[in-house]
Design a protein. Structure first.
Length: 555
C-alpha cells in the first residue's frame, strides 16, 4: 500500500445503512442483546419497551437537563411542582420530601427551581410541555439531535445510560472510584455503595493502600489488623454475588501504593501458583489435545520442599482468588528513583505516615515471598527497589497482573488543583483495555476493537475457576476513549493516550536504564527475547513456586 494516502482509503461503515433501527442493528443486537440487557421490563421480567422506544427514552432523559442549564445561563429559574416528579417512581412522596422539603407529598401545592442537582427526579413529559417557549425549543432540539445520533449509530452512550436513563435511580455513569478509609464502618459502607453501583451496571476502583497493614495495632480492640488484602477478598465475594443477579458482571480495580508495607502480598495476590491443581485436574496425560500435563507435573515437584511438605503460602490456596478484580501497583517517583539508582526503598505505614517498623506479621509476609533476608523485626522496612520491581515484572508476565499506575503523573495531569485541594487527588482508577487487547473467544483471539465494531456479546474462553464451563457469555465491548501508538525506530512501540509525552533520555524514565553496564538487562537469544519480553527486565531466573530463592538468585 505504499504511496496510498489515508484520504484515498474508503473504510466500510458498519450497520448504519437502513431506514429503521432494526435494519441498522445486527439481528443479534436487535433481537437478543437489547431485550436481554437494555430494554425496560416489568416486575415479572416481561418487556414493556421495544428497541424503537429505547433511543427516545434515553434522548428525553438526557435532554431534560438542558432545561436546568438554560435556566442557569439566562438567570431565569424554571419552577417545578411535586406532581411533575417521575410518574413511575415507586416512592413519589419520599421523592417529594427529598426535593421540596420534609413532609411534602406529591399533592402539595409548592414549587422549587429546577436545578442540575434535582433535574434527575423529574420527567420530560411532565416538565417540558410547561416550559417557556425558548427553553422548550432548546430542550426539544437537544432531544432530537441526541436521538438522531443514537438511532443512526453515530454516537452511543455507555451501558448504564442505556439501561438506567429515566428510572428511579438514574445512575448513568459506568466508572466510579470510592476508596475505603482506615475505619471498619467506612470499609463496609464502601462495599455497600459498590454493590449498588454493580447492581446498576457500573464498575468500581478502590485505593486499598489507605488501610493499615497486616499486623498493625488496632487501638479499639487491642488486637492486630488483618491487612487490606483480607478486605479485598470481602469485596471480591460481594462483587461475585451481585454479578449473579445483575445485568452484567461487575468490574473492580484495586490499587495499592508501592509504599504500603503489604504491597508484596498484593503483588502476588493473583499469581498462578494456585492454578496448578486446576491444571493437573483438567489434563489427562493420555489425551493428546492437552499438552501442559507434563509441565504441570514438573512444576508440582518444585512445590515440595526438602522435607516433603507443601509451602505454607500455598497450603490454603483457593482457585479464583480475587477473580473479580484487576489489580495495579501505584508506583511513585520516589520508588522509580530508587530503582534507577539501585537503592533500597523504604515503606510507609499509612496509619502513622511514618516509615513502617517491621512486625512479626510483616516478616511473615516477606519470608513467604522470598524477601525475608532484607527484613528484620523491629527495624524500618526497607527492601531493594529492584527486588520489588522484579516481582512486579514476573507477575505481569506470568499472569498479566499486577499492572502499574503512575500516581504522581496522573495527578500532575489532573485538571483540578490537587496541591491546593489534596482531598481531590486521584488515588485509583476504573479498569479499561486498549482496542488491540486480544480477547479469547470461541473463534480464537479477537481484538477488543473488532468485538466493539461487531457490537454483539460473544462467548469468551474462561479458565474454569468459577465453574467447569470453558465458555461464558460476556457483555458487548463499548468504547470510552482514544489511544494512539508511539512507534520506535526498531519496530517496537506502546499504546498511549494522545496527550502522553514520550520518554526522553534527559528525563526520568519509566523503567531501568539500558545503558551498557547499568540496569538489569541480560542478553538473551533473540527468539526467547521476542517470546518472553517481560523477562528482559529481570535479573532473576524464574522463581521457585514455594517463594524461596534458588541459590543462583541470591546475592
Amino acid at each position: 500500500m505504499s504511496g496510498l494516502d489515508a484520504g484515498d482509503l474508503e473504510l466500510p461503515v458498519k450497520r448504519t445503512d437502513g431506514d429503521t433501527v432494526e435494519e441498522r442493528l445486527t439481528a443479534n443486537a436487535y433481537h437478543n442483546i437489547l431485550p436481554a440487557r437494555y430494554l425496560r421490563k416489568d416486575a415479572n421480567g416481561d418487556l414493556v419497551e421495544s428497541p424503537e422506544d429505547l433511543f427516545p427514552r434515553v434522548a428525553k432523559n438526557i435532554a431534560l437537563a438542558e432545561a436546568a442549564f438554560a435556566a442557569e445561563e439566562r438567570d431565569d429559574p424554571v419552577t417545578v411542582r411535586p406532581d411533575q416528579l417521575k410518574p413511575g417512581h415507586p416512592r413519589r412522596d419520599e421523592l417529594a420530601a427529598d426535593v421540596f422539603g420534609t413532609g411534602t407529598t406529591v399533592d402539595d401545592d409548592v414549587s422549587r427551581p429546577l436545578t442540575p442537582e434535582n433535574v434527575n427526579k423529574f420527567a420530560y413529559d411532565t416538565v417540558v410541555p410547561e416550559l417557556p417557549d425558548e427553553a422548550r425549543s432548546r430542550v426539544e432540539d437537544a432531544r432530537r439531535e441526541f436521538e438522531s445520533l443514537m438511532s443512526s449509530l453515530s454516537f452511543m452512550p455507555n451501558s448504564p445510560t442505556l439501561m438506567n436513563a429515566g428510572d428511579e435511580l438514574q445512575q448513568l455513569s459506568a466508572c466510579f472510584v470510592d476508596s475505603p478509609a482506615d475505619d471498619i464502618d467506612d470499609i463496609h459502607e464502601t462495599a455497600k455503595e459498590a454493590a449498588q453501583v454493580f447492581q446498576s451496571g457500573g464498575g468500581m476502583g478502590y485505593a486499598f493502600w489507605r488501610l493499615r497493614p497486616y499486623g498493625d495495632a488496632v487501638g479499639s480492640t487491642g488486637g492486630i489488623a488483618s491487612g487490606p488484602i483480607t478486605f479485598m477478598r470481602t469485596y471480591d465475594q460481594m462483587c461475585e454475588t451481585i454479578a449473579q443477579g445483575g445485568a452484567r458482571r461487575g468490574a473492580q480495580m484495586g490499587v495499592m501504593r508501592v509504599s504500603h508495607p503489604d504491597v508484596i502480598q498484593f503483588i502476588h495476590a493473583k499469581n498462578k501458583d494456585v492454578s496448578l491443581a486446576h491444571s493437573l485436574r483438567l489434563n489427562d496425560p493420555d489425551d493428546y489435545t492437552h499438552t501442559s500435563f507434563s509441565a504441570a507435573l514438573e512444576e508440582a515437584r518444585e512445590l515440595i520442599d526438602e522435607d516433603g511438605k507443601v509451602p505454607k503460602h500455598l497450603r490454603n490456596a483457593v482457585e479464583g482468588h480475587l477473580s473479580n478484580f484487576n489489580i495495579s501497583v501505584g508506583v511513585t517517583d520516589e520508588f522509580m528513583e530508587a530503582l534507577e539508582t539501585g537503592e533500597a526503598f523504604t515503606f510507609t505505614n499509612p496509619r502513622t505516615g511514618e516509615p513502617h517498623v517491621v512486625t512479626p506479621e510483616t516478616k511473615e509476609l516477606y519470608d513467604m515471598h522470598g524477601l525475608g533476608e532484607y527484613v528484620e523485626v523491629g527495624e524500618v522496612l526497607s527492601v531493594p527497589a529492584e527486588e520489588l520491581w522484579s516481582d512486579i515484572v514476573e507477575g505481569a508476565h506470568e499472569n498479566g497482573e499486577p499492572g502499574l499506575i503512575y500516581l504522581e503523573r496522573v495527578n500532575e495531569a489532573h485538571s483540578f488543583d490537587v496541591e491546593e485541594h489534596p482531598e481531590h487527588q486521584i488515588l485509583a482508577t476504573n479498569p479499561c483495555v486498549t482496542g488491540d487487547s486480544l480477547i479469547s473467544t470461541e473463534d480464537g483471539l479477537v481484538p477488543a476493537e473488532e468485538l466493539y465494531e461487531q457490537g454483539v456479546a460473544r462467548d469468551v474462553v474462561v479458565d474454569g475457576r468459577l465453574s467447569e464451563d470453558t465458555l461464558a457469555e460476556a457483555s458487548s465491548v463499548y468504547k470510552t476513549g482514544e489511544k494512539g501508538r508511539l512507534q520506535a525506530r526498531n519496530g517496537g512501540g506502546i499504546r498511549a493516550s494522545p496527550d502522553r509525552r514520550p520518554p526522553r533520555h534527559d528525563r526520568r524514565r519509566m523503567g531501568r536504564s539500558t545503558e551498557p553496564g547499568r540496569g538489569r538487562h541480560r542478553p538473551r537469544p533473540e527468539p526467547e527475547g521476542f517470546i518472553r519480553p517481560a523477562r528482559l527486565g529481570s535479573r532473576r531466573s524464574r522463581p521457585r513456586l514455594d517463594g524461596r530463592r534458588r541459590p543462583s538468585q541470591r546475592r
